[in-house]
Design a protein around this ligand. Structure first.
Ligand code: NAD
Length: 321
């Protein structure tokens, strides 16, 4: 009797493993914008068959050059696929795309795995997941960090929320598009990790710009100041990799006129989402709130398309008064 139950446990374990290592080959990709076009192309490079949908004809045409077959609607894109990957602009677009009448959840085949890599409020995946389960499909939130360069070079960091089984099933696809993959917890946990990271990045970016401006205004040589910071207790990603002062770190956006980095308007979007999350749980964010306001001011002055480290230029301008 004991031997039989051991056998049946082994059988269950095997069948579960066989399911979770199922090879998902046919993938629908929704949102072929600045991030999605590279991510979809990287899936194709790794042997996935990708059918893409984007309301922009130009985006579809560009994706076609990398081997992505175009579809005329979400329903047409997800027809018969094993998995769906999406990276879309906002809460509303994601909710409409997934839960709309002819959306992903209604039209994807039973057993498909849905992976949303958009940056959205953690409540969005929490709203989608139970409807997905009810419809016989799996769902994870898997937002990304690494920007368009990371998307192009398949070096993105993915932070996922959802069941461990669905996360493991998603790994062949996530590995085709990124270099680091974290399972952060249940549905929405990926978004919490992403928004927490970006609020901290916004705060340290602002703090670095503010303090470097002060030191330089006091007469320190900018390079000497940066060397001191990078070898002292104020060292951070902002001082080492993303210095907001032009000309000190050649690969930082500040050294190419603040172009081609993480747009100020995307920083505002993420800080507003993070602020909403913090307010909902009454977690104090005094620094996050100031950072949100400051990057918003940069946006309202017309610098939304510049990298968020442009804030240094704004502070420098103010300190001329
Ligand atoms: P983007 O505006 O360049 O691309 C979004 C694409 O989605 C557009 O091509 C748009 O036409 C398409 N779209 C809109 N509605 C759609 C629908 N219903 N179905 C299919 N496609 C639809 O934006 P992006 O920079 O690629 O960013 C996408 C997401 O990734 C955002 O949530 C953003 O916050 C996040 N993100 C961006 C970066 C970055 O550096 N750009 C980094 C990390 C995360």
């Amino acid at each position: 009797m004991a031997a039989r139950s051991v056998l049946s446990i082994q059988y269950l374990t095997f069948s579960k493993r066989a399911y979770s290592s199922k090879v998902d080959k046919n993938v629908a990709f929704l949102g072929l914008g600045n991030m999605g076009k590279y991510m979809a192309a990287n899936l194709v490079k790794q042997g996935f068959v990708v059918r893409g949908y984007d309301p922009s004809a130009a985006a579809l045409a560009e994706a076609a050059k990398t081997g992505v077959t175009g579809a005329s609607s979400i329903a047409a894109a997800v027809d018969g696929v094993d998995a769906v990957v999406s990276i879309l602009p906002s809460n509303k677009v994601v909710l409409d795309a997934y839960l709309g009448k002819d959306g992903v959840v209604a039209r994807a085949p039973k057993g498909a795995l849905l992976i949303d890599s958009s940056t959205v409020d953690p409540n969005v995946p929490k709203e989608i997941e139970p409807v997905a389960i009810k419809n016989g499909v799996g769902f994870i939130d898997a937002p990304v960090s690494g920007g368009t360069m990371g998307a192009q070079n398949a070096t993105l960091a993915f932070m996922a929320g959802g069941s461990k089984e669905n996360f493991e099933r998603s790994l062949p696809m996530l590995k085709a598009m990124g270099a680091k993959h974290f399972h952060c917890g249940q549905s929405g946990a990926g978004q919490v990790a992403k928004l927490t990271n970006n609020m901290l990045m916004g705060i340290t970016g602002m703090a670095t710009a503010e303090c470097m401006n002060m030191g330089i205004k006091m007469g320190l040589d900018p390079q000497v100041l940066l060397d001191v910071l990078n070898n002292s207790s104020a060292r951070s990603w902002s001082t080492e990799v993303y210095c907001p002062v032009p000309g000190l770190v050649p690969t930082a956006p500040s050294s190419r006129n603040y172009d081609g980095g993480f747009k100020n308007e995307l920083m505002v979007k993420d800080l507003e989402l993070a602020s909403g999350m913090a307010l909902g749980i009454r977690s104090p964010i005094p620094l996050g709130a100031v950072a949100t306001q400051l990057y918003r001011i940069a946006q309202s002055r017309g610098y939304g398309q510049k990298d968020f480290s442009f804030i240094f230029q704004l502070l420098q301008e103010e300190s001329k008064q």
